[in-house]
Design a protein around this ligand. Structure first.
Ligand code: CAA
Length: 379
């Protein structure tokens, strides 16, 4: 067994770390406060090869391995969780889906600009009545000669407003459950397709989340991905990988919480000595470090398993549920260590707590992750 990173992986982590510190950190507080989408930063991340890291170079991606992706995601999220979710959705839910299930036509037309960061993608599965129960969707796609006509409402779509291309899941046959779901590529600007207003969120406020409305939108048949009726399998296969990305995002938030807790507790003097000298603080730091180390191992194992073509869905779920809970705990303790200062915006640490919460919810709640893990144990 070898726990060391390759030279390439170390270089990718350093590039992501330097980028995050130099390009993301300076305005991260302002973007969060004013809900400003990180357009310039995302463009530069595309130029660095971070928007299609695992996509092969044949399709203009970075051709990097899954562990490298996890490392870069962690570093970006350590500074700016909002930018990291834009990156995660584009990489794991859009580029991965297209490379694995798309036709050569679709890869040429859509994957290339997405993997090189020239265009931004979104993944649209959820609906108002179908969140965890993802197959219970009502959006329909009826075939009419050389196109499908789609109508319905989707919600909770990350990049819903700022994306150019959307991976859409809709029912091509009703009454047959998940076997009626198909996956389509939809372009922004097509007649009848509109994004709703940005949701006003607790955290990851610089990323956009919105509803998407489809009113008799015509989608050409060549934009059906993989064939009718296999959309749910495409959705779940893709989410398995997405969960490694979100776990890495949560890890970045947890690591940032530990970093801030160490430096503040060494500076803050109470009762004549730094608060870091109190065992009550030291135990919090030790627990954070222990949880972070465990989380990183789980994530890298899931990433390694995915890279090597092994069964990894349950490992990705373990990584996601463990790390998102560790991030919530670490960021809450970080605010506690900062005391009253931690509760105000200026400290920058209340944002970590707000950003951590969503990692327990999106791309499958902690409860759904436990269900996936238990099903793997019992099958
Ligand atoms: N990969 C491939 N296929 C899978 C699979 C997987 N991981 N898991 C299940 N399947 C297959 C099953 O084999 C089954 O196929 P057959 O009928 O042919 O055997 C089919 O899918 C249905 O499986 P289930 O009966 O297990 O499905 P279910 O309805 O009980 O749901 C679930 C399973 C795990 C609960 C799933 O619905 C789920 O993951 N829900 C959470 C959805 C989710 O994560 N949503 C997030 C949306 S994206 C987002 O957050 C927004 C964003 O922009 C970031």
């Amino acid at each position: 067994m070898n726990f060391s990173l390759t030279e390439e992986q170390q270089m990718i982590r350093k590039t992501a770390r330097d980028f995050a510190i130099n390009e993301l950190a300076p305005r991260v507080v302002e973007r969060d406060e004013k809900k400003i989408w990180p357009r310039e930063a995302i463009k530069k991340m595309g130029e660095l090869g971070f928007m299609g890291m695992m996509t092969s170079t044949e399709w203009d991606g970075g051709g990097m391995d899954v562990v490298s992706y996890a490392l870069a995601m962690e570093e970006i999220a350590r500074v700016d969780a909002s930018a990291s979710v834009v990156m995660s959705v584009n990489n794991s839910l859009v580029c991965y889906l297209l490379e694995k299930f798309g036709s050569d036509f679709q890869k040429e037309k859509y994957l290339k600009p997405l993997a090189s960061g020239k265009k931004i993608g979104a993944y649209s599965l959820s609906e108002p009545q179908s969140g965890s129960d993802a197959s219970n969707m009502r959006t329909v796609a009826k075939k009419d000669s050389d196109h499908y006509v789609v109508s319905g409402t989707k919600n909770w779509v990350t990049n819903g407003i700022n994306s150019d291309i959307v991976m859409l899941f809709a029912m091509t046959e009703t009454g047959v459950g998940h076997k009626g779901i198909s996956c389509f590529i939809v372009e922004k600007g097509w007649d009848g397709f509109e994004a709703g207003k940005p949701e006003d969120k607790l955290g990851i406020r610089a990323s956009d989340t919105s509803e998407l409305y489809f009113d008799n939108v015509k989608i050409p048949v060549e934009n059906l991905v993989g064939g009718e009726g296999i959309g749910f399998k495409i959705a779940l296969t893709t989410l398995d990988g997405g969960r490694i990305g979100i776990a890495s995002q949560a890890l970045g938030i947890a690591q940032a919480s530990l970093d801030a807790s160490i430096s503040y507790s060494k500076e803050r003097i109470q009762f004549g000595k730094p608060i870091s000298e109190n065992q009550g603080i030291q135990f919090k730091l030790a627990d954070m470090a222990m949880n972070i180390e465990t989380a990183r191992l789980l994530i890298h194992k899931a990433a390694w398993a995915k890279q090597n073509g092994l069964d990894y869905g349950h490992l990705a779920s373990m990584a996601k549920v463990y790390t998102s809970e560790a991030a919530m705990k670490a960021s809450t303790d970080c605010v506690q260590i900062h005391g009253g200062y931690g509760y105000i915006r200026e400290s920058g640490v209340e944002r970590l707590m707000r950003d951590a919460k969503i990692t327990q919810i999106y791309e499958g709640t902690s409860e759904i992750q436990r269900l996936v893990i238990a099903r793997a144990l019992l099958k």
